[in-house]
Ligand binder design. Structure first.
Ligand code: ADX
Ligand code: SF4
Length: 252
């Protein structure tokens, strides 16, 4: 296992190894390298369900956490419970700080996110970013369900990369998967999934900030649908050039 101070150089080596690997092998590599110092960050969307299925086969005690913003749809809570039952997994749930939420809604209103991008980012900061910092504390690496073709903001995602914002390794085993790959895995392995997916919700976040998409719309069109695609990140996944390490793919 790597020592406490994982450097960007260590990550470059790991990233080069991981880039040609299949998703399961990337997960296995992460578990071998980081042991209890790696955790899967799960929103219980389709990608994360694939990762939970794969990860629990590799290590039944693998760490899984979720950020409960307080505004999640009931269907998401249902799939969290289904996951506990199916996999016997312990899910660490991180909530926002009650007092910060109280003062935010007192000042800006409970539906502040609809009023401006600034307000929306404030809400994501309070309900997701601050809890994420607590969830990641003490870890050396975190695993996410990011895919390159999910949005214009994610085209440069690598399977292993240095997360500048959180100063740790970020593992994205499904980076090169398509949406079809995800659903094929779910069907083939009978993986539980959020019931909203069957009602046109291709990507699922908080209830008030997610709607179903129409046929032909982009898969993330229903997230913060009133904003432009370029602003549609809540801050969990900020990307900077330094987060990218040279990979066989980026060299060709
Ligand atoms: S978001 O930033 O726009 O909300 P998205 O829903 O696409 O992200 O999910 C991308 C990845 O971010 C997920 O696969 C998961 O790893 C992580 N993630 C998103 N929301 C949460 C959440 N509420 N709790 C834990 N992880 C999350
Ligand atoms: Fe707030 Fe919407 Fe962000 Fe959820 S997605 S934290 S409700 S702004």
């Amino acid at each position: 296992m790597m020592g406490a101070a994982v450097t960007q150089n260590d990550v470059t080596t790991l990233a080069l190894r991981a880039e040609p690997m299949a998703a399961q092998d990337v997960l296995r590599l992460a578990v071998e390298k980081f042991g209890p110092k790696v955790a899967l960050s799960s929103s219980f969307g389709a990608e994360d369900m694939v990762l939970i299925d794969m990860l629990t086969r590799i290590d039944s005690k693998a760490r899984i956490f979720t950020l409960d913003t307080g505004r999640l749809p009931q269907e998401t809570y249902n799939v969290i419970d289904a996951t506990r039952q199916r996999y016997g997994a312990t899910i660490d749930v991180f909530f926002p700080q009650a007092e910060t939420v109280q003062s935010m809604v007192a000042e800006h209103g409970v539906n502040l996110f609809y009023h401006s991008v600034e307000n929306r980012k404030l809400c994501c900061g309070v309900r997701k970013m601050e809890p994420l910092r607590r969830a990641l504390s003490g870890l050396e690496a975190w695993i996410t369900g990011l895919r390159r073709d999910q949005s214009v903001t994610r085209t440069d995602v690598h399977k292993v990369e240095w997360d500048v914002a959180n100063k740790m390794v970020k593992v994205n085993p499904l980076a090169e998967w398509s949406r079809e790959d995800v659903w094929k895995y779910i069907r083939d392995h009978n993986v539980p999934y959020n019931a909203l997916h069957d009602r046109g919700y291709s990507s699922i976040g908080c209830g008030p900030c997610t709607r179903a998409v129409q046929p032909g719309e982009h898969e993330r069109a229903g997230r913060w649908w009133w904003e432009h695609p370029e602003t549609k990140e809540c801050g969990l996944h900020v990307s900077s050039p330094e987060s990218k390490v040279e990979s066989p793919k980026s060299r060709v």
